[in-house]
Design a protein around this ligand. Structure first.
Ligand code: ZN
Length: 248
């Protein structure tokens, strides 16, 4: 599955792909015109919009795209009241077919109550929306730290070679934050330098996130030690890391 990135606003990514049998799909089109420009430039139409959650910077392109292409809108069932005009309500744990591809819906509350991630198992692809970023995770607008920690642990259980398409380019700031809480990590400086030299760090690999993303490592003894929280529960450690990032 060849996935293209369409940058919008300051740091959002919309994703586009074509299924083997020719369906054209975008994920989280937070703006219409840049997506239309991309599709026209590349000679594509649009059949399906997929959504991870209801925030404006993920859905604001829907009206313009629907008007132009008469495409379907698929999104999380728990956000039916907040994403207009959905044709298909995506349920947690269910599998859906998109032409020659299929994906599983993983409910990941924390950033929003109804947030979902879309896992294309055969393609090794995860669209993680605003739940997991490279070296980071989404802010807790509608959930508790426990909600988000459980969501991230669910994602952490996916295979190492999963390719993660997250919806924002926040990696450079996330890497700086990581260094601020675990400056003694032997690889943090090298990774920080490498990221600084890259304009685009998406997609990322889940193996990389499992190894380094502090928000996936609240139960890692080394990180706990760096934080002076060796005897604390993973839930408390996660909440502390999230709190530190909110004030970073
Ligand atoms: Zn969001």
């Amino acid at each position: 599955m060849k996935i293209s990135l369409i940058p919008i606003y300051e740091d959002n990514y919309v994703f586009h792909f074509i299924t083997d049998d020719g369906l054209s799909v975008v994920v989280d089109p937070g703006d219409g015109q840049p997506v239309i420009d991309y599709l026209e430039t590349n000679g594509h139409s649009l059949q399906v919009i997929l959504h991870t959650h209801h925030h404006w910077d993920h859905i604001n392109g829907d009206d313009a795209l629907r008007e132009k292409y008469n495409c379907e809108i698929w999104g999380p069932e728990f956000e039916i009241m907040r994403i207009p005009n959905m044709d298909v309500l995506l349920e947690d744990g269910q599998n859906y077919t998109l032409g020659s591809h299929s994906f599983k819906v993983i409910h990941t509350p924390g950033h929003t109550r109804g947030h979902i991630c879309l896992y294309f198992e055969k393609d090794n692809v995860l669209f993680s929306g605003d739940t997991m970023f490279s070296l980071g995770c989404g802010r807790l607008f509608e959930g508790t730290p426990d909600d988000m920690w459980n969501s991230l642990k669910t994602l952490r259980n996916l295979p190492d070679d999963t390719i993660v398409y997250c919806a924002h380019e926040y990696t450079a700031t996330n890497a700086k934050f990581w260094k601020s809480i675990e400056s003694n990590h032997p690889e943090v400086d090298d990774i920080l330098e490498k990221i600084k030299s890259q304009k685009c760090t998406v997609p990322t690999k889940l193996s990389f996130e499992k190894a380094y993303n502090p928000f996936l490592r609240a139960d890692d003894p080394k990180l706990k030690q760096a934080l002076g929280m060796v005897d604390e529960t993973e839930e408390k450690v996660f909440a502390h890391i999230r709190h530190l990032k909110d004030n970073f």
